[in-house]
Design a protein around this ligand. Structure first.
Ligand SMILES: Cc1cc2nc3c(=O)[nH]c(=O)nc-3n(C[C@H](O)[C@H](O)[C@H](O)COP(=O)(O)OP(=O)(O)OC[C@H]3O[C@@H](n4cnc5c(N)ncnc54)[C@H](O)[C@@H]3O)c2cc1C
Length: 460
């Protein structure tokens, strides 16, 4: 049988676990190439000034989001093994198949991490649940495995060691375009064109604009799912000490007066607020190390809004809002506002002066940036939160923003995540079907298994 060539675009968790699974299926006569526009692990770690408190220096591509490990590399490494959050793969697979793949990806992570030290199981959940209900929240339940940003890097190094001899890594290499002709794919790079039999597209949220201009405009269709817009709240870690020790990551949900769901997301106990640069649009995020080295904790507060037809430009809308914050904050890119000022709509004129502030933010007013319904929903959430966690609206609590999540373009896929173009697969957060490490990695594993199976069948 002729040699088959597989291209994977994106070396994030989705692309890496796809390659890992293809190799588990001992696919013979097959070459696997992974393209990523970003750098190697070491080059990324050595070029992250924003993680040390310096302003974003506009690395192109952003070292927080791009390169070996994808945006998964310098992140918090919170693994949530559930169908309740982290994506929508449960809508595409039967419950049985979803749980099968979920268990497989959990086993792969635990094996790579070589330790079961990191599980957090909720304690006193019923008490917290009742307290949350009294304050107008629904509290969701889940068990987490917390790698921490530092251990994520160790895991990725192990993954690299396992793949490096069998997979061709083409880092610092942007895929510019993709075309399908005569049953083959032409992958256009900056200085050449290469031909492949199968292409697995895994560009993450960062690759959304590229995806729109290339694959989507030519070959794919998508539906718009609700848009998540919000801010990141940072506060003294003492305030959430008790709930963090019982539940570790707590997830609260409520409905705003406009009927939008507002929730907290990505809680980082004694962690750091960080920034990400999406092709020049700077937004916030957060992470924590497993060594817990900050006096502050943080979490995102996100509002889900659902614009109706003919609305189509989900990502452009979100980036448009994020750009307003960038325009207003000058060289800082990020706006900060004390939470107590936010509630009364007053501009903050100064933020906290402390040694360990990890990002550079300009004191401002989010009423100049956020849509009214989003502003109001966050305000309502904060007032309820103060009842649930007294002190969280102290003088030391700051909102940073904006925080946007560009996973609302949900691509139409068939069984096994194959697109309507045979031999073209789409996985990870770029597909709009996943929105976290576990489901992104799981989507890669699924395609690796499916494709491995069909290649082996062809072989025999
Ligand atoms: C700071 C931070 C903290 C986070 N914390 C958590 C957490 O604790 N738990 C959790 O579950 N999730 C977390 N996430 C989200 C998680 O990282 C993502 O859901 C996950 O990485 C998505 O995986 P992916 O493979 O789909 O895409 P990505 O990880 O984004 O990887 C995509 C890769 O594709 C490359 N690429 C894009 N376009 C091209 C192109 N045209 N040519 C070549 N290469 C291209 C990019 O360079 C990138 O490396 C966090 C994210 C961030 C940024």
């Amino acid at each position: 049988m002729k040699n088959k060539k597989i291209a994977i675009i994106g070396a994030g968790p989705a692309g890496l676990f796809c390659a890992h699974e293809l190799l588990q299926n001992s696919v013979e006569n097959t070459s696997i190439t992974i393209f990523d526009k970003g750098k190697s692990i070491d080059e990324r770690i050595n070029n992250l000034p924003c993680s040390k408190g310096a302003p974003c220096n506009n690395c192109q591509p952003c070292n927080v989001l791009c390169g070996f490990g994808g945006s998964g590399m310098v992140n918090d490494g919170k693994l949530i093994f559930t169908s309740k959050f982290g994506g929508n793969l449960q809508d595409v697979f039967s419950e049985h198949d979803f749980n099968h793949f979920l268990n497989r990806i959990r086993d792969s992570y635990l094996k790579l991490c070589d330790s079961s030290n990191g599980w957090t199981h909720p304690a006193n959940f019923d008490d917290w649940f009742d307290k949350a209900a009294n304050c107008g929240f629904e509290l969701l339940k889940a068990s987490f495995f917390h790698l921490g940003s530092d251990r994520t890097v160790i895991l990725l190094r192990r993954l690299y060691e396992q793949l490096k001899d069998k997979v061709q890594f083409r880092l610092n290499t942007s895929v510019v375009d993709l075309d399908y002709n005569h049953n083959k794919f032409s992958v256009t790079l900056e200085d050449s064109v290469e031909v492949f039999d199968y292409v697995i597209v895994a560009p993450g949220r960062f690759g959304n604009s590229w995806l729109n201009k290339t694959c989507i405009s030519k070959y794919l269709s998508y539906d718009v799912s609700p848009l998540d817009i919000g801010l990141r709240l940072e506060f003294p870690a003492e305030i959430t000490k008790s709930i963090a020790s019982d539940l570790y990551e707590f997830k609260l949900k409520t409905t705003s007066k406009f009927g939008d769901t507002t929730r907290n997301f990505c809680f980082n106990d004694r962690g750091h607020v960080c920034i990400e640069n999406n092709n020049g649009v700077v937004t916030t995020n957060g992470y924590s190390n497993s060594s817990y080295d900050s006096k502050y904790s943080n979490m995102a507060i996100l509002v889900s809004i659902n614009p109706k037809k003919p609305f189509k430009h989900a990502n452009e809308y979100l980036y448009g809002i994020a750009k307003l914050a960038n325009y207003l904050s000058g060289d800082c890119d990020i706006v900060g506002q004390k939470a107590i000022d936010f509630i009364i709509g007053k501009r903050s004129t100064e933020l906290l002066h402390r040694d360990d502030l990890q990002i550079s933010a300009f004191p401002g007013n989010f009423s100049m940036i956020l849509p009214y319904r989003v502003y109001e929903a966050i305000s309502e959430f904060l007032i309820k939160l103060e009842r649930f966690l007294p002190g969280i609206l102290s003088n030391d609590s700051v909102l940073y923003g904006t925080e946007i999540k560009t996973y609302s373009q949900r691509l139409q896929v068939g069984p096994g995540l194959q697109t309507k173009l045979s031999k073209l697969y789409i996985i990870g957060d770029g597909s709009g079907l996943t929105r976290g490490l576990v489901q992104a990695s799981m989507s890669g594993l699924i395609v690796g298994e499916e494709l491995g199976y069909s290649l082996n069948k062809e072989e025999n």
